[in-house]
Design a protein around this ligand. Structure first.
Ligand SMILES: Cc1ncc(C[n+]2csc(CCOP(=O)(O)OP(=O)(O)O)c2C)c(N)n1
Ligand SMILES: [Mg+2]
Length: 665
């Protein structure tokens, strides 16, 4: 019977061969972690290759995503729908095996990794999601939510600051089913890490409150197995297994050296590896007896079937909970949602409050929250400013996971990547707040959410120079435009409470990507709308003030600038200048409307246009046109009372009116 080492060597061979064929990729980590992966996947991981979406599967995250061939090999060997042909297509156009694991390409990939540090943070999100769902749904004798989250990470993930943010919170929350395995090989791209990474990782994680198993020999299957077993005994703390490994294990000339981190070994060396590890098979050939031992399909089907049986018993005993669990995991909104949400929006319109949109956002949470037990809110230590708490918010703590709100602490990047993990797990719509300016701290997690097309809701308040006294360090200038430039990111900047409620509703309904909801610190006046205008908010841009006569010009505005634009249009009307005002809370939704609608809102023959937004101007040229003008801010702001700053930078009705006149002339 093949030895464990031989099973692990299948990973080594497939990985080095695929990298060699592509002449691109990272053989070092897969060859170094093969023995660990073999033990975890063959002895512990509960999964069903035939159903990668089985709700109660263990989650596996490869945070050191450059080692993608490790994961692709595992998926292939255990019987997922990933063929040898797919492995041969490693890193080729439209293959299922891109350079780094990407969510949605190969079955069994739980999250997109590659940007170091984010996989481990996603894993914290997975583990939180599991623990909360368990608290919400499990009943005595019915543990229908009960799985582990395993994550591999390397020196790079450990060095990244986000690992501190996420792992510190994981310790505080006591995520006992989170098991991280550290590939402690002493090597990163630039060479031996001693020159730049000398942390005492064991002490570091112990200080976070983790259970740490130091100095495990990552090439000794028994030692790894014992270590993983030990982690299962500790249920009140996340576990970290520090495995000493040799990068590129098996490569006589390159193992232990940075050379094998990120380049093909070369044909000659590949041949030498075959000799060294005793792998006599041709490239991409795995002998049947080794394949058979890897094949996890029968066991996986049994595991899922056993769970389904358990679930049926649960359904018998708790039919409503079972139905609700299935609704949540399927990502469906409650039955009454559409109707009730529209009723709420009508009520907000009726009420006509003039309040800051961050306040309106809280009211929207108050309106929608009771319908949405899948909400998992939070803020990076700005709950009182972001107004992300509502009366139904119940915080998570180490001892209480039956909640729906996370105090993330001052950890914007960690929060965002954790939210991505929560969204990926299923069962939740995560939202989390900070100031718009600090979206910068989190940006790559927003990009990952957009790349994965997952529903993470980013709540950003204090949206512009209008926030006032905190000054230029806190005043967003380029953020609105740059968020809009992230493909698949939807960005809303509403002008009043009514647009705010619509923005939230749209974000809650948008399953195919993340949404940034951008709100003002300062109060904004309610706008009167006809029922048609009310309905058109959800089209992203609409006529909020029109005129009966032939149009002389159009003002396009967002957020706090809409009321200024309307005031300008009213002043101009008195001078006999006919100006339409278009409120454009969401450009991506507007852009997706049919041509007819867009033409009706922004007729192409009206070229006298002024766009107004308290942010960098260039983005708006696509609506204002080359004959138009943009009133924006092309520098950093100033510290002063908000109104004064707005006046100073020309966000006044007078300046808007003058600019319109200049464009018309
Ligand atoms: C955020 C981020 N920065 C930089 C990189 C580029 N990069 C990929 S792997 C790597 C070194 C990782 O070292 P380690 O985790 O020890 O991996 P090993 O070489 O041991 O496989 C770097 C800098 C990246 N992928 N993500
Ligand atoms: Mg390393």
């Amino acid at each position: 019977m093949p030895s464990r080492r031989e099973l692990a060597n299948a990973i080594r061979a497939l990985s080095m061969d695929a990298v060699q064929k592509a002449n691109s990729g990272h053989p070092g980590a897969p060859m170094g972690m093969a023995d660990i992966a073999e033990v975890l996947w063959n002895d512990f991981l509960r999964h069903n290759p035939a159903n990668p979406k089985w709700e109660n599967r263990d989650r596996f995250v490869l945070s050191n995503g450059h080692g993608s061939m490790l994961l692709y090999s595992l998926l292939h060997l255990t019987g997922y729908d990933l063929t040898i042909g797919d492995l041969k297509q490693f890193r080729q156009l439209h293959s299922k095996t891109p350079g780094h694991p990407e969510y949605g390409y190969a079955p069994g990939i739980e999250t997109t990794t590659g940007p170091l540090g984010q996989g481990i943070s996603n894993a914290v999100g997975f583990a939180i999601a599991e623990k909360v769902l368990a608290a919400q749904f499990n009943t005595p004798g019915h543990d229908i939510v009960d799985h582990h989250t395993y994550v591999f990470l390397g020196d790079g993930c450990m060095m990244e600051g986000i690992s501190h943010e996420a792992c510190s919170l994981a310790g505080t929350l006591g995520l006992g089913k989170l098991i991280a395995i550290y590939d402690d090989n002493g090597i990163s791209i630039d060479g031996e890490v001693e020159g730049w990474f000398t942390d005492d990782t064991q002490k570091r994680f112990e200080a976070y409150g983790w259970h740490v198993l130091p100095d495990v020999d990552g090439h000794n299957a028994e030692a790894v197995k014992t270590a993983i077993e030990q982690t299962h005994q500790v249920t009140d703390k996340p576990s970290l297994i520090c495995c000493k490994t040799i990068i590129g294990w098996g490569s006589p000339n390159k193992q232990g050296k940075e050379e094998c981190h990120g380049a093909a070994l070369g044909e000659d060396e590949v041949t030498l590896v075959r000799e060294t590890i005793g792998w006599e098979h041709d490239p991409f050939v795995v002998p049947q007896e080794i394949k058979d031992l890897w094949d996890a399909r029968a066991e996986g089907a049994d595991a899922e079937a056993a769970w389904r049986e358990k679930f049926e018993a649960y359904r018998e005993a708790y039919p409503e909970l079972a139905a609700e669990y299935q609704r949540r995991m399927a990502g469906n909104l409650p039955q009454q949602w559409a109707e009730k949400a529209s009723e709420f929006i009508a009520a907000v319109n009726e009420m006509g409050e003039s309040i800051a949109t961050r306040k309106a956002s809280q009211k929207a949470l108050e309106g929608f929250g009771p319908m949405l037990p899948e909400f998992m809110g939070g803020s990076a230590d700005l709950a009182g400013s972001n107004l992300t708490l509502w009366s139904g918010s119940k915080p998570l703590s180490e001892n209480s996971f039956d909640g729906n709100y996370i105090y993330y602490g001052v950890r914007e990047f960690g929060m965002s990547a954790i939210m991505n993990g929560i969204a990926l797990h299923g069962g939740f719509i995560p939202y989390g707040g900070t100031f718009l300016i600090f979206s910068e701290y989190a940006r790559n997690a927003l990009r990952m959410a957009a790349l994965m097309r997952i529903q993470t809701l980013f709540v950003y308040t204090h949206d512009s120079i209008g926030l006032g006294e905190d000054g230029p360090t806190h005043q967003a200038v380029e953020q609105l435009s740059t968020l809009r430039m992230i493909p698949n990111m939807s960005v809303w900047r509403p002008c009043d409470a009514v647009e705010t409620a619509v923005a939230w509703k749209t974000a809650i309904e948008r399953k195919q990507g993340p949404t940034s909801l951008v709100f003002s610190r300062q109060g904004l006046p309610h706008q009167m709308r006809t029922s048609e205008q009310l309905a058109n908010i959800s089209r992203g841009g609409y006529i909020i003030r029109d005129c009966d006569d032939t149009l002389d010009g159009i003002i396009i505005a967002t957020g706090s600038e809409v009321s200024i634009a309307i005031e300008a249009a009213e002043g101009l009307a008195q001078q006999g200048v006919n100006v339409r005002v278009v409120s454009m809370p969401c450009t991506d939704v507007f852009d997706a409307q049919d041509t007819e609608y867009k033409e009706a809102v922004l007729p192409s023959n009206v070229i006298a246009r002024v766009a107004v937004e308290a942010g960098v101007p260039d983005y708006w040229l696509k609506y204002a046109g080359l004959n138009g003008k943009v009133i924006g801010i092309n520098r950093f702001g100033e510290s002063a009372p908000g109104k004064e700053v707005m006046n100073y930078f020309g966000f006044t009705a007078e300046n808007v009116a003058q600019t319109v006149n200049a464009v018309i002339a």
